[in-house]
Design a protein around this ligand. Structure first.
Ligand code: NAD
Ligand code: UGA
Length: 340
């Protein structure tokens, strides 16, 4: 039945309207977690296509209606307060499944809920995909590689994850979510897509989100010291949100299940990141060292050969060009103008 992890079963039938002779309905797209950072940018892009109807479901744990205010009341847009750990009955053609807190501070806040969101939430969305014959894309994460022993990370690396650590609710949760996706694909023929997203940044991140780019930018604007967690030599590779959205849509529209790494291979130590933010936003700000949290990955950089070859995708925006765009958004929300 299954060959090389790929299903040979035909996918379930999509809505009869898809093949109706005289009436071509709009493409109905569900975005779970659509009130969050990446989700709301994805919704903006999907809504630009007049053939799309977008339904967002979100429990507003880390997301906000404010991120979607331009679409509320639009005839092709619907917003539902719903928790994905509960079943959902809607009629859709595609599902972008993003719902899950992403910042370590938030996903560690209620770890049992985080793992329920990843496991039961993904199970519910796969059940929905099966019932209505929808294609489903999961936003997985580079955290499935744990503290990686292979660098840069390729999709065939199985990872180095602590199964019982404080990050496990998220890392292992996403690993189970990937497993569920492939099991539904092999067993039921569901059309799946898996994106392994690497650190993404941009406007609309929560100001006190706790992730490193938003922390440094907010600190630089508020004239507070930039808090580099020790040792400061750990690396991350930062992708601007518009590039990420482009990659996710290409993956959904293409023919490959993935998993595919989507991220920007430009790699920086946290000290380098702090120095870059300082130089661009506030040359007088201090940089200090603070304690780190357990199991922080020491290095991370995506190998994006697959994304280049299979999706024709690569990121366009460099960190130095993305930081000022985010600075502008943070200054507006914090009400702090740039000094002349
Ligand atoms: N931003 C990144 O760097 C990054 C990296 C890797 C993976 N991802 C993944 O991308 C997705 C979006 O991340 P983000 O950065 O936009 O985070 P975010 O926290 O801004 O967005 C997550 C959204 O999901 C909602 N949500 C959380 N739990 C829910 C539940 N049980 N039911 C319904 N809604 C729920 C939140 O309210 C929020 O609107 C997540 O799945 C995350 O794991 C993000
Ligand atoms: O890309 C991913 O796959 C994952 O990346 C992030 O996880 P993490 O890389 O730990 O994100 P941050 O909290 O932004 O931390 C990045 C680095 O910055 C450091 N850091 C963080 C905050 C801070 O104030 N100072 C600081 O030096 C941390 O120690 C860490 O080494 C996301 O938050 C996850 O949701 C996502 O899945």
């Amino acid at each position: 039945m299954a060959l090389n992890g790929q299903s040979t079963k035909p996918p379930p039938n999509p809505s009869p309207l898809r093949s109706a002779k005289f009436f071509q309905a709009n493409m109905r797209i569900l975005v779970t977690g659509g009130a969050g950072f990446i989700g709301s940018h994805l919704v903006d892009r999907l809504m630009q296509n007049e053939k799309n109807e977008v339904i967002v479901v979100d429990n507003y744990f880390t997301g906000s209606k404010d991120n979607l205010k331009q679409w509320i009341g639009h005839p092709r847009f619907e917003l539902i307060r719903h928790d994905v750990t509960e079943p959902l009955l809607v009629e859709v053609d595609q599902i972008y499944h993003l719902a899950c807190p992403a910042s370590p501070i938030f996903y560690k806040y209620n770890p049992v809920k985080t793992i329920k969101t990843n496991v039961m939430g993904t199970l519910n969305m796969l059940g929905l995909a099966k019932r209505v014959g929808a294609r489903i894309l999961l936003t997985s994460t580079s955290e499935v590689y744990g503290d990686p022993l292979v660098h840069p990370q390729t999709e065939d690396y199985w990872g180095n994850v602590n199964p019982i650590g404080v990050r496990s609710c998220y890392d292992e949760g996403k690993r189970v979510a990937e497993t569920l996706m492939f099991d539904y694909h092999r067993q039921h023929g569901i059309e799946i897509r898996i994106a392994r997203i690497f650190n993404t940044y941009g406007p609309r991140m929560n100001i006190d989100d706790g992730r490193v780019v938003s922390n440094f930018i907010a600190q630089a604007i508020r004239d507070e010291p930039l808090t580099v967690q020790l040792p400061g030599t750990q690396t991350r590779s930062f992708c601007y949100v518009s590039d990420m959205v482009d990659g996710l849509i290409r993956l959904m529209e293409g023919e490959n299940t993935g998993p595919i790494n989507i991220g920007n291979p430009g790699e920086f130590t946290m000290v380098e990141l702090a120095e870059t933010v300082k130089e661009i936003i506030n040359p007088n700000v201090k940089i200090i060292s603070v304690e780190n949290t357990p199991d922080d990955p020491r290095q991370r950089k995506p190998d994006i050969t697959k994304a280049r070859e299979l999706l024709g995708w690569e990121p366009k925006i460099k960190l130095r060009d993305g930081v000022p765009l985010m600075e502008e958004d943070f200054r507006q929300r914090l009400g702090v103008a740039k000094k002349a």
